[in-house]
Design a protein around this ligand. Structure first.
Ligand code: GLU
Length: 418
């Protein structure tokens, strides 16, 4: 069954593919398929009605070989350990591909945050932080926002950690509000990075960015930011979706109106416009367009629907949206899949800038953030594109060649303790 695909199995298959491509030592291959450590915690919360509910939370370090763990934390009723292990591993490749001095980590709590009051959400976040306090810190592992988490949640995490340590430690998390040590440009960073990468790919493919038709799955921070940027550059965003529905208009949706709607916590299915058609998730993913941007969750493009994908480019805003089976089909069809670890790496890149700004207590202007983000992400793109051409492999495998080789080299140089 497709909806039972385990993202950690996907991770292992991806490692096998790159191991074969670069002739990786089988011992290192096995090592990379393991995580360094995982912490599972119970989070008891007194609910507003006086009852007690216990939630399950996770924090996983896949690799700290190249630096402290780094990666987001998500709130989702579906999150489970193997998913967090997969997401932590993808963070290792992402930081390595960008050559940031960081490792890979991820966290999550199995909860539907829409069902909690703001106070309950705060208690949950604080208790989760207290439970994982020994495995996070500016030189251990630095969480950040991910699916259903945001700057306010980072502020509560930072405050809880700081209260326990007896001093303010902004560098324990990134994606914080700017007023307490966050970085300008961080909120938009993932979308901005997607835009830079798409711009660079369009140049290579001789496509005019201004005339592209775009379909976006997901309308959270990432989906909205890239929709907004592309819309402002003259592209037509013909479909977007949230958990309730997809919404389609071939002349281009009014992104600002839709965003004003969803920012009030309303679902797209309730948005009224006579020109717009509601479509299913499958219809959205297989709509004819130039660029399909999956910006929601894992396992969306699988062997079941890959053959029906009708775009020239798939730009992965989400982590793990395409399975290895689907990758093969898309490659054969000549569709350019810009892999998650490259396409959506703008978020962690600006997280890194936030972290070093916090450590130095010196803050940059937006121009500098975007300039350095562009430089780093485009360098990774150029290198990936070159390797994919030279070796006649997909952009994903090419990105893995770079990321995994760097980790393997670090392991070799450090050696195995003791
Ligand atoms: N959650 C984002 C990602 O998956 C950002 C992680 C970070 O900034 O540490 O890349």
């Amino acid at each position: 069954m497709i909806d039972k695909i385990n993202p950690y199995d996907v991770v292992k298959t991806q490692i096998d593919i790159v191991a074969k491509e670069i002739g990786l030592d089988p011992n290192v291959t096995e090592y990379l398929k393991r995580i360094e450590r995982a912490l599972i915690v119970s989070i008891p919360i007194k609910m507003d009605n006086g009852s007690l509910q216990i939630f399950e939370g996770y924090r996983v370090h896949h690799s700290t070989v190249r630096g402290p763990g780094k990666g987001g934390m998500r709130y989702s009723p579906h999150v489970y350990l193997d998913e967090v292990k997969a997401l932590a591993t993808w963070m290792t490749w992402k930081t390595s591909l960008l050559n940031l001095p960081l490792g890979g980590a991820k966290g999550g709590v199995r909860v539907d945050p829409r069902e909690l009051s703001k106070k309950e959400l705060e208690r949950l976040t604080r208790r989760y932080t207290a439970e994982i306090i020994n495995v996070i810190g500016p030189d251990i592992d630095i969480p950040a926002p991910d699916v259903n988490t945001n700057a306010q949640i980072m502020a509560w995490m930072m405050d809880t950690y700081s209260m326990q340590k007896g001093r303010s430690i902004p560098g324990v998390v990134t994606g914080k509000p700017i007023e307490i040590g966050g970085s300008v440009g961080r909120q938009a960073a993932t979308g901005t990075g997607l835009f830079f990468v798409l711009q660079a790919l369009c140049e290579k493919l001789d496509l005019d960015l201004k005339h592209l038709k775009i379909v976006i799955q997901g309308f959270g921070n990432v989906g909205f930011t890239i929709a907004d940027l592309l819309n402002k550059h003259g592209c037509k965003v013909i479909a977007v979706s949230d958990v309730s529905t997809g919404i389609y208009y071939e002349n281009g949706l009014d992104i600002e109106k839709l965003a004003a709607w969803t920012k009030q916590g309303k679902y797209l299915k309730d948005f009224k416009d006579d020109n717009y058609t509601l479509i299913s998730n499958d219809e959205l993913l297989t709509s004819k367009c130039d660029v399909l941007i999956p910006a929601a969750i894992e396992n969306q493009i699988t062997r079941v629907n890959a053959d029906k994908i009708a775009s020239k480019i798939v730009l992965e805003g989400a982590n793990g949206p395409t399975t290895p089976d689907a990758d093969k089909i898309l490659f054969k069809k000549g569709i350019h899949v810009v892999p998650d670890i490259l396409a959506n790496s703008g978020g962690v890149c600006v997280s890194y800038f936030e972290y070093i700004q916090d450590i130095n207590s010196y803050f940059w202007k937006l121009d500098r953030i975007n300039e350095e983000l562009k430089r780093i992400i485009i360098e990774a793109f150029e290198e990936t594109f070159k390797i994919s051409k030279e070796r006649k492999i997909s952009l994903r495998t090419a990105a893995y060649v770079i990321a995994v080789s760097r980790i393997a080299k670090a392991i070799e140089l450090r050696g195995i303790f003791p």
